[in-house]
Design a binder for this molecule. Structure first.
Ligand code: ZN
Length: 401
């Protein structure tokens, strides 16, 4: 159990907490079986924030990568399930055994990707240094596009689910990671986000709903990833949002007025403040003290409250909260994507490679076209020159004779 009077950040125990999370989980995690990929994300990214991915051997990383690819829902021979493609959360829901072949023999009626699993699956692959070459990007994006509803929000699976701000955020992350925003109707998504802004300056999960730290983060990050934050809101509205976020701090942060502080909101609210350039306005020391008061001094990790059991989500979010304040030599994070800056740099280098490959594939045509055009121009120029100068040369030479 966490001891509130133990305020020493115990990095080694956190490393063991996340490496253990990848191997074995307490029985209470059974209910999260269908979200297993997200738990893996917290552990893998947690190790990354701790600058300790090297604690996983190359073969372990490869096993995790292969496992994630086994969760990819790929199109069947007839493409009948393309609108359901993406990543599943667990092999319980289905498994893709073809490691390199991107076509399933038979698509199960109820087998489909889940938008949050697609986001965390792609994030894990990027964190582990994979090049995403086995991701069926076209199918993934088609599966994503099918999930946007008429009001601009996204649902999590095609078979029906809740639809709210969380899944607009996942969609924005997936498009960022795959470097293709074509599946999102941006004006509809931005309109949904704008309508979800509450009277108090924060954001609810949808229009008319109570402002909440998690949905506020999802709204701000989505707008930032869609490059629409400053188009969507005036500076005055951003200032109201800043005030709402700053009012969420007692010692750590809480998600709604009159709720207790909770470790994860050091990320949800902290990252919202960071994205609008206002994190320095909160009390960092108090926030750090609160996060560390929820640290488990025996097995590592953070709980939501002091004395509560640690779990993967709060363990990870606690680290991210500390990282954003530049504490304990943690790896800096990209607050919009919720992965380390190192991992997002790898993602952008992949995008550059894809862009170069695309240009290279286009270049023979371009070169040919340019070559043909250039050749035609040169030929016309030579013929023109000949037409002008040959008679002159001829006449001059004839004259001199
Ligand atoms: Zn929480």
């Amino acid at each position: 159990m966490a001891e509130s009077n133990n305020l020493k950040f115990d990095k080694d125990k956190h490393i063991r907490f996340f490496t253990r999370t990848l191997q074995v989980l307490p029985s209470r995690y059974e209910v999260l079986d269908s979200n297993r990929l997200t738990i893996a994300f917290f552990a893998v990214s947690g190790l990354d924030v701790l600058n300790s991915l090297n604690k996983l051997s190359s073969s372990t990383k490869k096993e995790i990568i292969d496992w994630i690819y086994s969760l990819q829902v790929v199109p069947d021979k007839h493409g009948s399930n393309k609108r359901k493609c993406g990543f599943r959360g667990s092999t319980t829901n289905g498994v893709t055994t073809h490691k390199d072949i991107k076509v399933a023999e038979v698509a199960h009626t109820f087998d489909s990707g889940h938008i949050a699993m697609t986001y965390t699956g792609l994030a894990c692959l990027i964190i582990l240094g994979d090049d995403l070459s086995r991701v069926d990007k076209t199918a993934c994006l088609e599966g994503l596009k099918a999930l946007q509803l008429k009001d601009g929000s996204f649902e999590s699976t095609l078979d029906g689910s809740e639809n709210d701000m969380r899944f607009i955020y996942c969609a924005s992350c997936i498009c960022t990671m795959l470097d293709d925003f074509s599946p999102i109707n941006e004006s509809l998504a931005v309109s949904y986000i704008k309508k979800s802004k509450s009277y108090d300056g924060g954001f609810g999960q949808g229009p008319g709903q109570e402002s909440h730290g998690g949905s506020t983060y999802c709204a701000i990050s989505s707008l930032l990833l869609l490059n629409q934050l400053h188009n969507a809101f005036s500076q005055k509205e951003i200032m109201r949002l800043q005030r709402w976020c700053l009012n969420r701090q007692k010692s750590g942060f809480h998600g709604r007025p009159h709720k207790d502080d909770d470790t994860c909101y050091s990320f949800w609210i902290g990252a919202s403040l960071k994205l609008i350039g206002s994190l320095e306005l909160c009390d960092w020391h108090e926030n750090e003290q609160y996060i560390i008061s929820t640290q488990d001094s025996v097995i590592g990790g953070f709980g939501k409250w002091p004395q509560s059991h640690p779990d993967a989500l709060h363990g990870y979010m606690g680290l991210c909260g500390l990282s954003m304040m530049g504490m304990h030599n943690l790896s800096p994070i990209n607050p919009a994507l919720n992965i380390t800056q190192r991992a997002s740099d790898h993602m952008f280098s992949l995008h550059r490679t894809w862009h170069e490959e695309k240009l290279k594939n286009q270049s023979p045509t371009l070169t040919d076209a340019m070559g043909t055009h250039f050749g035609t121009t040169v030929m016309a120029f030579v013929i023109g020159l000949g037409a002008v100068f040959l008679p002159w040369i001829y006449s001059n030479f004839s004259g001199s004779e």
